[in-house]
Design a protein around this ligand. Structure first.
Ligand code: IPE
Ligand code: IPE
Ligand code: MG
Length: 228
């Protein structure tokens, strides 16, 4: 049976969920927040160590301003309102992505929730905000001092230590909701040997019983890591 330490989810399909109901796309994002809360609590109760959630990509800035503004406001409200969820469930909060992309207010809220939850010991929930793998790797390389004559493994270790995910184990299982079969620039290096799962369920309809079934399937898969 495979052990699941790090679960990553590309939370996709909010806009289509709302459209199906003749609502504004933004209603789908609001509903998505409830799913984030439920799934996060479920992971904490089920002994998963790391849950990474793709919430806003480096490419998502290209969406209409009204949607981007809504998402930033929703994130602000989330960080304030959900602080109790993290504390009540002993969950640590951490962000990956380029925080320079955000307003001072949002950055302060992120830092203060990271600080407030830093001693919690059950699940670590990692929210990917203004995150893109290509951007993360470029930032990591800029931060890395690479001495002459080092080995390929050494250089990889140095770069990994400067990624946003430093000290977080690689992804074991990567799920994408919403029916698309692509990674959209999410944790590319960290998912080198992740098991992949694509489901058609739109994120606002994604419930823990479906997650549980996917995890059961994951546990039975044969992970070979290049071996036989
Ligand atoms: C994912 O849902 C959430 C974000 C990218 C912020 P989408 O907003 O991409 O929803 P669809 O894919 O358009 O339905
Ligand atoms: C991926 O969803 C990003 C997040 C879930 C935050 P997108 O909806 O932005 O991805 P594409 O554009 O369909 O690849
Ligand atoms: Mg989408």
């Amino acid at each position: 049976m495979n052990k699941l330490k790090h679960l990553a989810i590309i939370m996709d399909g909010n806009g289509r969920w709302a459209k199906e109901r003749k609502m504004k796309r933004t209603e789908g994002h609001k509903e998505g927040v409830n799913v984030v809360r439920d799934i996060t609590k479920w992971c904490a109760k089920n002994n998963i160590s790391f849950l990474s959630l793709y919430a806003f990509s480096t490419e998502n800035w290209s969406r209409p301003k009204i949607e981007v503004d809504f998402l930033m406001k929703l994130l602000e409200k989330y960080l304030i309102k959900e602080a109790s969820t993290y504390m009540d469930n002993n969950i640590k909060f951490r962000v990956i992505g380029d925080m320079n992309g955000f307003s001072n207010k949002l950055r302060d809220l992120i830092l203060s929730l990271e600080e407030k939850t830093s001693k919690n010991t059950s699940l670590t929930q990692i929210l990917a905000l203004n995150y893109g793998s290509k951007d993360e790797i470029a930032r990591a390389v800029l931060k890395t001092k690479i001495p002459d004559n080092i080995t390929k493994n050494e250089v990889l270790n140095l770069i990994q230590a400067n990624l946003d995910t430093a000290n977080i184990p690689d992804v074991d299982l990567l799920i994408r909701t919403g029916g698309e079969k692509r990674l959209s620039n999410f944790l590319l290096l960290q998912s080198a040997y992740a098991e992949l799962y694509f489901c058609d369920t739109l994120f606002p309809d994604f419930k823990s019983d479906e997650l549980e079934k996917i995890i059961d399937d994951f546990k039975k898969r044969n992970r070979r890591f290049g071996n036989i």
